[in-house]
Design a protein around this ligand. Structure first.
Ligand code: SF4
Length: 222
């Protein structure tokens, strides 16, 4: 968004810019290798990846569900675990200049992680969106949307629920170079075992969390 604005040089009345609260972007090579790996394990081509299976695990869960040609499904947290270790992010993401409340877009959207701290009891574990209004133009569009949809304005305090990418970039992991050296020498299956060998425990953890949330015994605190 910042690059587009810098390229255009002037403000266009009919241009509305919306950006996201960005966690960071992972290497496409790792994703391609992950798909190949799952395909070889499941002995079929992969036709679909649902990165957050909300139906089975809720919004607070982060389980990817892979579907093969033929409709077989598998739940996994392998890619999720690699992603959250931050070793597969692009180097520029560790020094990202957009990790604050102010963004270049007219509007900024995100999942509202931390909603339970700002507005206890509001989340139903199906997903709450965060919209940050950065400009008058963004505000005008949101006002318009309010009349045409079911957006509800609720008083909340963002300072109580600042998700990490609204504060600062994620630190570059100390063993990132070792990870990539391992990857180059030994391939995906090796790093999957070495760095995410226990990813199945996350699937179990998210399953239990979902049950506790359905029973109202656990709140979304992420
Ligand atoms: S540099 Fe920042 S905005 Fe760009 S992909 Fe990385 S985290 Fe996202």
């Amino acid at each position: 968004m910042a690059a587009l604005k810098s390229y255009l040089g002037i403000e266009y009345k009919n241009l509305l810019c919306m950006d996201i609260v960005c966690h960071g972007v992972p290497s496409p090579k790792v994703f391609r290798d992950y798909i190949k790996y799952q395909s070889s394990k499941m002995k079929k081509p992969i036709t679909n990846v649902d990165f957050r299976n909300k139906k089975s695990y809720g919004w607070a869960g982060h389980v990817e569900t892979i579907t093969t040609d033929g409709g077989r499904k598998k739940d996994s947290c392998l890619y999720t675990m690699l992603f959250y270790q931050h070793k597969i992010l692009r180097p520029v993401c560790y020094v990202c200049p957009y990790k604050g409340l102010m963004h270049p877009g007219d509007l900024t959207i995100a999942d509202y992680w931390g909603i339970d701290k700002a507005l206890p009891g509001f989340s139903d574990n199906k997903g709450v969106s965060l919209v940050l209004v950065n400009t008058h133009k963004g505000n005008d569009v949101l006002e318009l949307a309010k009349h045409q949809s079911t957006i509800e304005a609720i008083e909340t305090d963002i300072n109580k629920s600042m998700q990490p990418p609204l504060k600062e970039p994620f630190k570059e992991p100390a063993n990132r170079d070792l990870f990539w050296a391992d990857y180059q020498q030994n391939g995906f299956e090796y790093i999957a075992k070495k760095y995410a060998g226990k990813s199945w425990t996350w699937v179990v953890k998210y399953r239990i969390k979902k049950i506790l949330m359905d029973l109202h015994l656990y709140k979304v605190t992420k």
